[in-house]
Design a protein around this ligand. Structure first.
Ligand SMILES: [Zn+2]
Length: 370
């Protein structure tokens, strides 16, 4: 997700904040200060409540991540945005049980937090009103967070729980995902329809703003369901392909000391090759793909040697010829790399780039292979 900035790392997970979160922060603070704009107490309470709300969402996401990690689903980053948080997983769960535990962890955490705020509220309600109000609000909002996320539409937590149960019962991952996605899209449409009805009829004292908000959430849900499903399909399409089928083989060997412009003129433009082994005499010292070349500006191609921009052999991740293409994509995403060498009997037999995998997927989809 773009338009987000890094907050830092917690438990090795990168946390990012989407700019929409500031809208929520301001809305929450303002609505809490609204009863008395002139009171410093209300301002402090408003800001503290917003921060505790933020911490509640963080805890919810962290619960997913830690349970995920314990079940061998590594989490790379979490982006907090207007509806909560989205965890970026580099791979999908391998089993229905792991998915169920990971998906349920978030709402369970929110309910536990809600329970704690309820207890604090019940002790403070007769003593200090604005403080007690704050805890009550935090109790309600955490229940709402759990309930909203338990809507059984993929990719919400409830949708993942639903899919894992279908997956367990039917044993069919693809079909379970498809059904959970339909429910997610259907829920989205219902929200939009409900929103439109509220805008025009304004029942139960609800305003057009409530309707707009509901329709907006519905639109978001429908989109998220479709996008997640596409991603699952893409990843599924890579299953069954091996590294040797996806790699570029016969990469020419080029000397260490030639410049980038010599490489471009002498090899790339004339032969259309896009992968190279950079060698000193007979010993391969690194590899080079178009991706490396794009990292230097064209004006310095004449003075830059290929050894300066190659990926050195000791930093190169390797795959074996029979390795599943999906696991290679996951490995690339996990370590944020664009290329891997395919090695057989200690020799590099080909290079596999992120582009190779994308091209493979595109070819499949153009031919209509599912
Ligand atoms: Zn969640």
């Amino acid at each position: 997700m773009s338009n987000a900035f890094n907050l830092g790392k917690l438990f090795g997970i990168q946390f990012r904040l989407h700019y929409t979160w500031f809208i929520i922060f301001i809305l929450v603070t303002v609505s809490l200060v609204a009863p008395d704009w002139s009171s410093p107490l209300y301002w402090v309470m408003g800001i503290v409540t917003s921060l505790l709300f933020f911490a509640s969402i963080l805890a919810h996401e962290l619960a997913h991540s830690l349970v995920g990690r314990a079940n061998n689903i590594p989490i790379k980053s979490i982006t907090l945005f207007i509806f909560g948080g989205v965890a970026q997983m580099t791979r999908e769960a391998r089993s229905a049980g792991a998915e169920l535990k990971m998906a349920a962890a978030g709402p369970v955490c929110s309910l536990v937090i809600a329970g704690l705020f309820y207890v604090v509220w019940s002790f403070t309600q007769d003593l200090v009103t604005p403080v007690a109000d704050m805890f009550f609000w935090l109790f309600i909002i955490n229940v709402a967070l759990a309930v909203f996320n338990l809507i059984p539409g993929f990719p919400l937590d409830g949708g993942r729980v639903f899919r894992s149960i279908l997956w367990k019962v039917t044993g069919n991952y693809k079909r379970s995902t498809r059904i959970a996605t339909r429910v997610g899209q259907g829920t989205g449409y219902l929200f939009i329809l409900g929103g439109i009805l509220i805008i025009f009829l304004q029942p139960f004292g609800l305003s057009w703003f409530n309707g707009l908000w509901l329709a907006f959430i519905g639109w978001f849900l429908g989109n998220a369901a479709s996008a997640s499903y596409r991603q699952v399909q893409w990843r599924g399409a890579l299953r069954g392909f091996t590294a040797s089928q996806a790699m570029t083989s016969d990469c020419p060997v080029v000397p260490l000391s030639i410049t980038v412009s010599q490489l471009v003129q002498g090899y790339i433009l004339s032969s259309g090759r896009d992968c190279f082994l950079v060698a000193d005499e007979d010993e391969v010292r690194g590899v080079l793909t178009l991706h490396n070349i794009k990292s230097v500006s064209q004006s310095s191609w004449g003075v830059t040697q290929v050894k300066e921009i190659m990926t050195p052999i000791d930093r190169l991740k390797t795959a074996y010829p029979g390795q599943d293409a999906l696991s290679i994509l996951e490995q690339m995403d996990e370590s944020s790399i664009n290329q891997m060498a395919v090695v057989s009997e200690g020799r590099i037999i080909g290079l596999i780039t992120h582009d190779n995998l994308i091209r493979l997927l595109r070819t499949r989809s153009e031919l209509g292979i599912r």
